[in-house]
Design a protein around this ligand. Structure first.
Ligand code: MN
Length: 201
């Protein structure tokens, strides 16, 4: 059973003006599609075929084609889900409590997450992760790595991720990555992040 590119859960233009339509078309239809195709090619005929993506990421670290394309497949699946039109704002409930405990306040979280995204040199991701027990932590990873891979980043369960590859923002923001990071906060789907928090804590 090959992995399939999931449909976007909203229209390509639904995240305007924060994330533009053409970027979404290329990012989902070309980049994410390529990771999916290349992941399938990399695992074809190996003992990874038929495994879940999580099982693959837990053991793929020594095989670059699986690591890069498996990470790219998983990370973008997460990325589309944790954004939504008419979203943003702040989390509530247990997730808000965990964020306040770890970072002092929502603003403290926003500052540290934005810094992680801005200072990731080259291509990669900024993450908010939950550890067993419910503590949340921020980290960043290079390329398409993520924290499900053993020993990568803070090693927690990723509940929020921001793609800081130039392909994610260059058409609209060019070199202004901090503006893109700031705009991202207007489209965070905190309901989905809270679901992931509950599943991973
Ligand atoms: Mn991307």
């Amino acid at each position: 059973m090959a992995f399939e590119l999931p449909a976007l859960p909203y229209a390509h233009n639904a995240l305007e003006p924060h994330i533009d339509e053409l970027t979404m078309q290329i990012h989902h239809g070309k980049h994410h599609a390529a990771y999916t195709t290349n992941l399938n090619a990399a695992i074809a005929g190996t003992d990874l075929e038929g495994k879940t993506i999580e099982q693959i990421l837990e053991k793929c670290i020594d095989t670059p084609a699986v690591r890069n394309n498996g990470g790219g497949y998983y990370n973008h699946n997460l990325f589309w889900q944790i954004m939504a039109p008419n979203a943003g704002g702040q989390p509530s409930g247990e997730l808000a409590d965990a964020i306040n405990k770890a970072f002092g306040s929502f603003d403290g979280f926003k500052e540290q997450f934005s810094k992680a995204a801005a200072t990731r040199f080259g291509s990669g991701w900024a993450w908010l992760c939950v550890k067993k027990g419910g503590t949340v932590e921020i980290c960043s990873t290079p390329n398409q790595d993520n924290t499900l891979m053993p020993g990568i980043g803070c090693d927690g369960y990723p509940i929020l991720g921001l793609d800081v590859w130039e392909h994610a923002y260059y058409l609209k923001y060019q070199n202004r990555r901090p503006d893109y990071v700031n705009a991202f906060f207007n489209v965070i789907n905190w309901n989905e992040v809270a679901k992931r928090f509950a599943a991973g804590k």
